[in-house]
Design a protein around this ligand. Structure first.
Ligand code: FAD
Length: 495
């Protein structure tokens, strides 16, 4: 009897540490690697334009790797179950193997597909590959979570429980060969999927990124070789390349967090000690985001803190404010630099993501869901778990969130984390000639200084669309209407 297995690739676009692949290999029979393009099945979170751009490159890279093994990717488009059944019929496969996803839409779809294929008499296996820990493992296995086994809502407790298990993690190596290939009968090409933009707005993405497993491994190696030592301090500086920029590679599964952890263990021993600790902790935030999404699947649209369901978001002037924020024309340099970096490269530094999200949700008082949507369409690393968690954290309505009354001050943030203004000058070149003293608040510069720097505010660069101090007070007042009976917290500002 045929033991051919379909290996259904999704967001695990690699051969290394790929449990579904390892499982498929155990039969010794041919493997048929399959990718099915079915964006509607991820609705309402169908991949955005920047994600589609990345996916195109990542699929090409995966197909090239498979071809080196004498195999190739069978690409299809349409309803996933129908396509899987069609390829099963064409190949005589008796099993389907895949790695799990955790967002609500694909979870529901995959459960249905597993039941349907099993009722067709096929072997059907799903595996862990995206995370260090399954989202349910930590809550259910550790005593400190909660006596009732509830999910964690506080990162530090969640991460303490994870850290105990880190040293036991071992990735699977990439296979040295694949059993004889199986030529796709009627497969599509990656180009056929139409993932690239028809209007070529993607020059910045092309200049910044190389999708694919080899590029992911090279980036991880370069980061661990040269930059991890300075990471704990440099990670907050948007003006220098202090972070790994592995987020899109991790999102598309071009490198596994287990492989990253193993590379760290090999180099430094204990991942919970310097110099790796602060970097591994960020991988922990990724795990925590998935933990939250898994246990609270409504959070991409609903605040975890139910009080925020009644928050008085702004209703007038919404379109103009949102437009200025999206286009990097708020008149607040650090935010504008971040929004332009996002538009140009599909990525934004984490600190600037927090500042830009704080300006939108607090000073401009627009709903966090609106910002999350924009990020979803423009980020190459758009990830439902991390994006939801990042937005809810900043808006103050999520788990272990920055409380709403903490409002990032974008001027102070700029002065602290971009002290020489290099980041602002790069992305807002019209401000480049301003002295450091004014680079984060050009509206305070005396007219002769503006003239000497060739800037007319309101013409070359906008005046701030919002007064930071007044809007902060208004945000606090709005928060006062929903905060319930809790005692007044000290009114502080995020420095
Ligand atoms: C409003 C907002 C939206 C965000 N949206 C996303 C998103 O859609 N996709 C995404 O991957 N990250 C998101 N983040 C988290 C974070 O900004 C990015 O993961 C980080 O900037 C990626 O850069 P890096 O790879 O250089 O990170 P590094 O600092 O090198 O960190 C290593 C890895 O850890 C993970 N990580 C780091 N910080 C976080 C975090 N705060 N939360 C979850 N995981 C983290 C990422 O996978 C990252 O690649 C968001 C943060 C905020 C505040």
């Amino acid at each position: 009897m045929s033991r051919i297995t379909l290996l259904w690739f999704r967001r695990d676009l690699r051969l290394d540490d790929n449990p579904a692949l390892i499982h498929a290999l155990t039969t010794g029979a041919p493997i048929v690697p399959v990718y099915i393009h079915a964006p509607d099945e991820e609705a309402p979170w169908t991949p955005g334009a920047a994600s589609r751009w990345w996916l195109h490159g990542s699929l090409l890279a995966l197909d090239a790797s498979l071809q080196r093994f004498g195999s190739r990717l069978w690409i299809a488009r349409g309803d996933s179950l129908t396509e899987l059944r069609r390829i099963v019929a064409a190949t005589g496969a008796t099993g389907v193997s895949w790695n799990r996803l955790y967002d609500p839409a694909t979870r529901e779809r995959d459960t249905h597909i597993k039941q349907a294929l099993r009722s067709d008499g096929l072997r059907c296996e799903s595996h862990r590959s995206t995370l260090l820990f399954e989202p349910w493992e930590i809550a259910s296995q550790t005593r400190s979570a909660s006596k009732t086994g509830q999910p964690y809502r506080v990162f530090s407790a969640f991460w303490r429980a994870c850290v105990r298990e880190l040293s036991g993690i071992r990735p699977d190596p990439a296979p040295e060969s694949l059993p004889a290939g199986f030529a796709p009968v009627d497969g599509l090409t990656v180009d056929d999927l139409g993932l690239l933009p028809t209007i070529p707005w993607d020059q910045g993405l092309r200049a910044t990124w190389t999708p694919g497993e080899s590029a992911a491994l090279a980036r991880a190696t370069a980061f661990l070789d040269a930059r991890i030592g300075a990471y704990s301090v440099a990670r907050d500086r948007p003006d220098a390349p202090g972070t790994s920029r592995l987020s899109p590679h991790l999102h598309f599964g071009e490198i596994s967090p287990r492989r990253l952890l193993a590379m760290i263990l090999d180099r430094f021993g204990d991942p919970a000690a310097d110099p790796a600790e602060s970097f591994v902790r960020e991988l922990g935030w990724r795990e925590f985001s998935y933990h939250l999404l898994y246990h609270f699947p409504r959070t991409p649209v609903e605040p975890l803190d139910p009080r925020f369901a009644d928050f008085p978001w702004r209703t007038e002037g919404v379109a103009e404010r949102l437009d200025a924020w999206q286009r990097g024309r708020t008149g607040i340099p650090l935010v504008d630099a971040g929004m332009r970096e996002l538009w140009h490269t599909g990525w934004m530094h984490n600190r600037v993501r927090m500042v830009a999200a704080s300006l939108l949700t607090k000073n401009l008082r627009l709903p966090w869901q609106v910002g999350a949507r924009w990020f979803w369409d423009t980020l190459v690393d758009a990830d439902l778990a991390s994006n939801t968690q990042g937005w809810q954290w900043t808006a103050g309505c999520g788990a272990d969130a920055a409380p709403y009354f903490r409002v990032f001050n974008p001027v102070r943030q700029g002065e602290r984390f971009d002290p020489d203004g290099g980041y602002v000058r790069r992305w807002c070149p019209e401000l480049a000639r301003l002295p450091n003293q004014y680079i984060h608040q050009p509206w305070t510069a005396p007219p002769p200084i503006l003239m000497a720097a060739d800037i007319r505010l309101g013409c070359h660069y906008p005046l701030p669309i919002v007064d930071l101090a007044t809007s902060r007070q208004e945000a606090l007042a709005a928060w006062g209407t929903i905060k319930g009976n809790r005692p007044n917290p000290p009114v502080t500002e995020f420095e």
